[in-house]
Write a protein that binds this ligand. Sequence first.
Ligand code: FES
Length: 101
Amino acid sequence: MVFLCKSLELENGTCKSFFINNKSFLISNVNNEFFAIEDICTHDGEKLSGGRLLGNDISCPRHGALFDVKSGKVKSLPALYDVKSYKVINKDGDLFIAIEG
Ligand code: FES
């Protein structure tokens, strides 16, 4: 488990990229629930954190593929493959991602 930030630092409807162990993770707040996916588009490697979060969906800033930030499922072309998703643990207002530290 790796500490990310305080939950108050990530407002509802926003997302932020975190670089941990040479990998980027996109952490999103959707209605004050927190979700993590890999911050890399499966179409051509763009960082999803430069895109727009609308509801559950993040749009890739390069060609517009949509991914569900709750599950990592791809929702529109041109991406064909899901991104990996990870569990976020909210422990008394401290957010952790469930990966090896
Ligand atoms: S790199 Fe993300 S849609 Fe092309």
